[in-house]
Design a protein around this ligand. Structure first.
Ligand code: NAD
Length: 495
């Protein structure tokens, strides 16, 4: 028998600040994907049989490893994305906190609960419980390569599912680190596996027969994922991009709002799904807000030295998009008060603050994903809400206001809103996270995030024979009359 040797295709993960090769990984094929999913199915049976307590204990063990070696994980994130080490640490800390929360709360959220059976079915005991789906495919982005996919991974695992994870081709090393440390905590079965490769590997995962596909990435890829998953009627969770707005009311703390706008817009070099991209400011405080924002933005610099507050643009193709957005804004009458067209270099983009940019320009309509802000003056907060909501996207949003904070937050068409702080909702494990419109659908985090990876299972158990038997062919006219009478007494009253 002759064996045919297949050469394994590989790809390199690069440090975006230096173009140094950080690691080399296989491009997994459709067959590799099928095998991983088959292994996951077997692992799922064991993992699910551990019950909430058994899984919680193992997730706690993993959480301990991530916490103790957090600096090492942050170093991998820094090498593959270029973001400052301390920013990478924040991601790790938040992911650990979410892991602790799911380990502690999965049973309470998903375990069996009694429901009222109602008068007509008073002889029944009704219960609902949320059962694991089986195998979850997770496809992740590169911008928060720990925090973002972990929002699906740990919730799916805690609910009793096995997970097959395809990280972004820009951050395979982060995925490998997570999967290897999980295997240290849970060595028995491959409950959490890694696949590496480009879009085609992700597409193979969509077609592989997983029980749900959790995707985080751009809206354009989200559409492709949904179309591919439709072939096998595989349900999807789509966490896509955003064009988040920050509103500043006339009674807001202006210094705090400006600080939040600059950090929300420029941290991680603006490569944040819930990053601030547009700002709408009440005319009474517009000048003060702009002055403060400009002052703070001027103190932020992109670079790879330890003093630089933001790193490089991780994905080289994004540089062109950022350049186009700034150029278009300026061409159409906008002014750059900080940065501008020259801010876009070969690897780094310096902070850019734009004003007087028309609302229908691409810098206001499309996700820029760079360290840029557009600031617009509004006559009142109704105009601010209406302009903020005039977007295909609806992921996060921010309001700075004293009196009307909660009211304005409720009126914004977005999945999450922070009032008088920025992006705070992402760090609160009990709060759901997800978008509307082109930002996607479904929710990670919190009780909703746990339920996302389960199916509701309803059980009605008869406790005693019903006084009025409805579900039988031996039902009599007398029974029908009794039912008619009962329903009239219950629901027929004129108000
Ligand atoms: P992307 O859409 O380019 O890629 C995301 C993932 O999809 C990668 O792993 C990629 O390999 C895979 N992929 C690409 N084509 C595919 C295909 N045809 N089939 C299956 N998989 C495929 O996104 P990105 O550039 O990695 O991430 C940035 C985007 O992610 C931004 O739009 C950002 O706003 C968004 N994002 C959203 C959230 C959220 O929670 N809503 C969080 C982080 C990032």
């Amino acid at each position: 028998m002759t064996t045919v040797e297949h050469k394994v295709e590989t790809f390199d993960s690069l440090n975006p600040a230096t173009d140094e090769v950080v690691g080399t990984y296989p491009v997994h094929t459709e067959e590799d994907v099928a095998q991983a999913v088959a292994r996951a199915r077997n692992a799922y049976t064991w993992w699910n049989s551990l019950g909430y307590a058994g899984r919680a204990e193992r997730l706690q063990r993993w959480k301990g490893i991530i916490t103790r070696r957090g600096a090492q994980l942050a170093e991998v994130v820094h090498a593959e994305t270029g973001k400052p080490h301390s920013d990478a640490m924040i991601e790790v800390v938040l992911a650990v906190d979410h892991t602790a929360w799911v380990a502690k709360n999965a049973r309470k959220v998903l375990g069996p609960k009694r429901r009222a059976a109602g008068l007509l079915m008073a002889n029944q005991a009704a219960t609902v419980e949320y059962q694991a789906l089986g195998v979850i495919g997770v496809i992740g982005p590169w911008n928060y390569p720990v925090f973002t996919p972990m929002g699906s991974i740990v919730y799916a695992l805690a609910a009793g599912n096995a997970v097959v994870f395809k990280p972004s081709e820009y951050t395979p090393g982060v995925g490998k680190w997570l999967v290897e440390t999980f295997a240290e905590a849970v060595p028995e079965y491959p409950v959490f596996q890694l696949l590496t490769g480009y879009g085609a590997t992700g597409a193979a995962l969509c077609r592989s027969g997983v029980d749900k596909l959790a995707f985080t990435g751009s809206a354009a890829t989200g559409r492709k994922i949904m179309a591919t998953c439709a072939e096998t009627l595989t349900p999807v969770l789509i966490e896509a991009g955003g064009k988040d707005a920050l509103l500043v009311d006339e009674d807001a703390d202006i210094a705090a709002a400006a600080d939040a706008a600059v950090w929300g817009g420029m941290s991680n070099a603006g490569q944040t799904c819930v990053g601030v991209e547009r700002v709408y400011v009440h005319e009474k405080v517009y000048d003060a807000f702009v002055a403060k924002t400009v002052e703070i933005a001027k103190s932020v610099r992109a670079g790879s030295d330890p003093e630089a507050k933001i790193g490089p643009i991780t994905m080289p193709a994004q540089l062109d998009i950022i350049r186009r957005h700034i150029a278009d804004a300026i061409e159409r009458g906008g002014k750059a008060l900080v940065g501008g067209p020259d801010a876009v270099g070969e690897k780094f983009v310096q902070p850019t603050v734009l004003v007087d940019v028309p609302e229908d320009s691409i810098a206001v309509q499309d996700e820029t994903f760079g360290p840029t802000l557009t600031i617009a003056k509004v006559k009142d907060m109704d105009e601010a809400v209406s302009k903020a909501n005039d977007s295909r996207y609806g992921l996060g949003s921010t309001v700075f206001a004293k009196r009307r904070g909660m009211e304005l937050a409720r009126r914004l068409r977005s999945g999450m809103t922070a009032v008088n702080s920025v992006i705070s909702f992402a760090g609160i494990p009990t709060l759901p996270f997800g978008g509307v419109g082109d930002s996607g659908f479904g929710r990670i985090h919190g009780p909703d995030g746990l339920k996302e990876f389960t199916r509701a299972k309803a059980i009605a158990r008869q406790r005693f024979k019903p006084p009025i038997a409805l579900t039988t062919f031996s039902r009599t006219e007398k029974t029908d009359a009794a039912v008619a009478k009962l329903i009239t007494i219950l629901h027929g009253k004129r108000k």
